[in-house]
Design a protein around this ligand. Sequence first.
Ligand code: ATP
Ligand code: ZN
Ligand code: MG
Length: 302
Amino acid sequence: MLATTGFLDELFDKGLLIETGVDGIYGRSGLFEEIGDGFQNLVTRYAGTDNAEVVRFPPAMSRAVFERSGYMKSFPQLAGTIHCFHGDGAAHLDLMQTIEANGDWTKGQTASEVVLTPAACYPLYPTAAKRGPLPAEGRLYDLLSYCFRHEPSRDPARQQMFRMREFVRMGTPDQVTAFRADWLDRGQKLIAEIGLPFSVDVANDPFFGRTGKMLAVNQRDQRLKFELLIPIESEASPTACLSFNYHQDHFGKTFGLETAGPETAHTACVGFGHERVILALLKHHGTDVKAWPAAVRKALWG
Ligand code: ATP
Ligand code: ZN
Ligand code: MG
């Protein structure tokens, strides 16, 4: 038996999450989804009249784009690539025999042209660049996607497949930093409105290895990433439920994204952890949703 955490077991017992036999891969109940719908509507309300362009990608993306993004350089430990059977009849026979003998049949799989999406904004940059230089006011996108990260855990707030809502701003450095500052403020108001305790702190991404340590220190020094943290699994190490990222010209350079200038575009994104906010609500207000404070229910469902 795997070690269990109290909250995850409670979520299973109440049927809010459904076990699949793999840590971090869960089914969701109707009630869990209703809470999520309420949260997404609230986010949309806070986006107000920003007029973000809605785009939805599936949870898999082009391997070529993924390679270009540099993800394997920074986060090889989290990536999920899709391998498929590409063999002939003889290879299929071999495959069946290997499965029959409980052997490692996956050795015959080869990489496909797709990988799992690691963050909702990754498929966006090359498609945005294809539209040509940005208009003078830049662009703003509204994304929502399931994402994959190979970080199996018994912490229900650290799943392998989870949804991320994102607003992505592209433009001049002034435009994108103003966007991020604005959402840092809006995000706190939003979370306060649903009655959750939070703190905001500078953060870094889990860059891999020794050079990764330097990248993480640099990211913190330059205050490129902020997180809004809510205690879920642990009071001592609260969970990042919203994140506010300034990429400078990283994606602009990588994917040839230009401003009207024309100069290399800067980008920033604000990400909302869909499941994490639902779990924070369940943790702090309890699993009896009908008994939640009226103000919270009103914020979510009107
Ligand atoms: P953490 O530090 O907890 O690993 P992160 O820095 O990796 O979080 P981001 O890369 O900024 O998070 O992802 C954007 C948002 O997606 C986060 O703010 C969080 O709410 C959510 N998220 C990230 N990883 C997971 C996960 N494994 N399970 C559920 N939600 C996640
Ligand atoms: Zn992003
Ligand atoms: Mg992480």
